[in-house]
Design a protein around this ligand. Structure first.
Ligand code: ATP
Ligand code: MG
Length: 260
C-alpha cells in the first residue's frame, strides 16, 4: 500500500438515538478521511456529537447511517487495531503501572522478557521509569493518563482514539501532557483522532483541526495547521499560533451563537 494511503474513512456517518421521549439526532451525516500517521483534533461545542463520532469509530456505538473503514475494512465492533484513551481514568487498580502497560501483550503471546522490554520502553517515553511498580491509586491524574497513553500504544494499534483525555487535569499538567503526547506520537507515528474543547490544545497538537457545528453536529471546517514540527511549547506564543486561534475562536463563536 502507498505510504499516503488513507487510513480512516468516515463515510456519511450519522447517528440518531431513539429514546422513550423521541429521537435525538446526535450526529448529522458526516464524512472525512484521516491519512496514515496524521494527527487530527476534533473541536466543537458541547453536545455536538464529538464523543459519538469517536465511539462509532471505536465500534462501541453503531452508526444509524454510513460506514467507517479502517485500511479499507469496515468497522463492525471494537478491536485491538484501535486504542482508546478516555477522560476518566481507566487503569486496572489491582495491577501495577507496568502490568497495566503490558496487559494486552500476554494475550498476544509475548514472552515475559518481551513484555519487560516493551514496558521499559514506554515507561521511559512517558517519564515514569521510577513508577513501574506503583499502583494507580498512588499516582496523580496526569501520571495515570500517561500510563493510559502508554498502555494504548504498547498494544500497537493502527489508530489512537482519544476523548478529552486531559479534560480533568489542571492547566499546567495539561500543557505538559500535550508535550508528552506529541513526543509519543513523533516516536510512534500512529494516526491519532483526538477530541477536545480546548482551542489551544487543538492547534498545538494537530496536523488538522476539524471543527464541528453546534448540535446536531457535522463537520463545519477543516483547518490545516502548518506550524513546524517537532513543536515546542513556545510555539503557543507565536503570531502564527495566534492567527489560528483567532480563526477558530471566531468560527466557534458563530456556532455557539446559534445555540443560545
Ligand atoms: N446513549 C445516548 N442516548 C441518547 N442520546 C444520547 C446518547 N449519547 C449521546 N446522546 C446525545 O447525543 C448528542 C451528542 O452527544 P455526544 O456525547 O456525542 O456530545 P459531545 O460533543 O461529546 O459533548 P461533550 O463536549 O459535552 O462531551 C447529545 O445531544 C446527547 O444528549
Ligand atoms: Mg463528549
Amino acid at each position: 500500500m502507498a505510504a499516503n494511503a488513507p487510513k480512516l474513512e468516515i463515510k456519511d456517518v450519522g447517528k440518531v438515538f431513539k429514546t422513550k421521549k423521541g429521537e435525538t439526532t446526535a450526529l448529522e451525516k458526516t464524512s472525512f478521511t484521516i491519512s496514515d500517521g496524521e494527527f487530527v483534533t476534533i473541536l466543537g461545542p458541547s453536545g455536538c456529537g464529538k464523543s459519538t463520532v469517536l465511539r462509532i469509530v471505536a465500534g462501541l456505538e453503531e452508526a444509524t447511517s454510513g460506514q467507517v473503514l479502517l485500511d479499507g475494512l469496515e468497522i463492525n465492533g471494537p478491536g485491538p487495531d484501535r486504542g482508546m484513551v478516555f477522560q476518566s481514568y481507566t487503569l486496572f487498580p489491582w495491577l501495577t503501572v507496568k502490568e497495566n502497560i503490558v496487559f494486552g501483550l500476554k494475550l498476544k503471546g509475548l514472552s515475559q522478557k518481551e513484555r519487560d522490554d516493551v514496558a521499559g520502553h514506554y515507561l521511559q517515553l512517558i517519564g515514569l521509569e521510577q513508577f513501574g511498580g506503583h499502583y494507580p491509586i498512588q499516582l496523580s491524574g496526569g501520571m495515570k493518563q500517561r500510563v493510559a497513553i502508554a498502555r494504548a500504544l504498547a498494544n500497537d494499534p493502527k489508530i489512537l482514539l482519544m476523548d478529552e483525555p486531559f479534560g480533568a487535569l489542571d492547566a499546567q499538567t495539561r500543557n505538559i501532557m500535550q508535550e508528552v503526547l506529541l513526543k509519543a506520537w513523533e516516536e510512534s507515528k500512529k494516526t491519532i483522532l483526538f477530541i477536545t474543547h480546548d482551542v489551544d490544545e487543538s492547534i498545538f497538537l494537530a496536523d488538522s483541526v476539524y471543527l464541528m457545528t453546534a448540535r446536531p453536529g457535522r463537520l463545519k471546517k477543516k483547518v490545516p495547521i502548518s506550524l513546524e514540527r517537532p513543536r515546542e511549547f513556545s510555539v503557543k506564543g507565536t503570531p502564527e499560533f495566534a492567527k489560528y486561534k483567532e480563526e477558530l475562536l471566531y468560527l466557534i463563536r458563530e456556532e455557539s451563537l446559534k445555540s443560545v
